[in-house]
Design a protein around this ligand. Structure first.
Ligand code: SF4
Ligand code: SF4
Length: 290
């Protein structure tokens, strides 16, 4: 039987529900949109939706064709393709007056383009309606096909984010249908297609990896020209998901951040509550600085 670790104090945070947050929540339901902020029960939701005016929206439905063992998104048969979704997302971004938006997606292994076209359309629709909002995309590996990535890069997002999620050794266990090398290749190709667009990747720790393995991820990302890295604590969404093997302290995260910056990342966020999209609004300018 797996041992159950107690949650340390730095992860027990108070949620204060401000009006801004309530308003945005209502809007999401009216527009039939899904946010990762809500589905992943992200602890930063009040800070992001309130002060920072950042949100992460999930498109192409709320059901994923994969079933990664850390992820709270439902899996099963995918939703019907909704071609009006890009405009609806763009309308909401405008109403929410977002400064930065992250558009992510469930994996759509059922679609030939992996969902690239709808994602690219969404970027364009947001640009038209909210030219001042920075747009970060966080796609799946789009089936690992280069032409699908090209469709997306042609829409010129402000940041291309693709998460490596875990160290090489644990990838088959943690995200069975993805591949460590394929994710690196995806990031490398994105940079090759649009050298001016910053690339980014996130790692969750606490799944049983060693420090050497974390450093190997940093080296692998840098070897593929990734500009921004985020490192956060894995939290078990439900009892059915992988259990937490270790809670890293804020000091340990600080050390990892320092190592990452020494490896040459332009920006690194690392901390117990850091998520892929945490403080993403700050990274746009920093990563594009020469
Ligand atoms: Fe949403 Fe990301 Fe902020 Fe969490 S960190 S609330 S997922 S934008
Ligand atoms: Fe969750 Fe993404 Fe894995 Fe689907 S592909 S289960 S959305 S992490």
């Amino acid at each position: 039987k797996e041992q159950h670790l107690r949650k340390p104090d730095w992860l027990k945070i108070k949620l204060n529900t401000n009006d801004e947050y309530k308003g945005l929540k209502k809007l999401m339901r009216e527009k039939n949109l899904h946010t990762v902020c809500e589905e992943a029960r992200c602890p930063n939701i009040h800070e992001c939706w309130g002060e920072r005016r950042t949100a992460t929206m999930m498109i192409l439905g709320s059901v994923c064709t994969r079933a990664c063992r850390f992820c709270a998104v439902k899996t099963g048969l995918p939703n019907e393709l909704d071609l009006a979704e890009p405009e609806r997302v763009a309308d909401s971004v405008a109403i929410m007056n977002l400064k930065h938006v992250v558009i992510t997606m469930v994996a759509r292994d059922d679609l030939k383009d992996g969902g690239a076209q709808v994602l690219a359309e969404t970027v364009r629709a947001i640009r038209r309606k909210s030219p001042l909002t920075s747009v970060e995309v966080l796609p799946s590996d789009l089936g690992g096909l280069e032409e699908n990535l090209q469709i997306l890069m042609d829409a010129k997002p402000d940041i291309l984010n693709h998460n490596i999620e875990t160290v090489r050794r644990l990838t088959p266990r943690v995200r069975a249908r993805a591949k460590y090398e394929r994710s690196l290749e995806f990031l490398r190709l994105a940079k090759e297609m649009q050298p001016d667009i910053p690339t980014k990747s996130s790692l969750m720790i606490g799944l049983g990896e060693t420090e050497e393995e974390i450093i190997e991820v940093m080296d692998d990302l840098r070897a593929n020209d990734v500009d921004i890295m985020t490192i956060g604590q894995y939290l078990q969404p439900t009892k059915k998901h992988l259990s937490v093997k270790k809670y890293y302290s804020p000091i340990e995260f600080g050390k990892l951040r320092k190592i990452a910056m020494e490896k040459g990342f332009k920006h690194c966020e690392a901390g117990p509550l850091v998520r892929s999209s945490y403080h993403a609004d700050e990274q746009v300018n920093e990563a594009t600085k020469a």
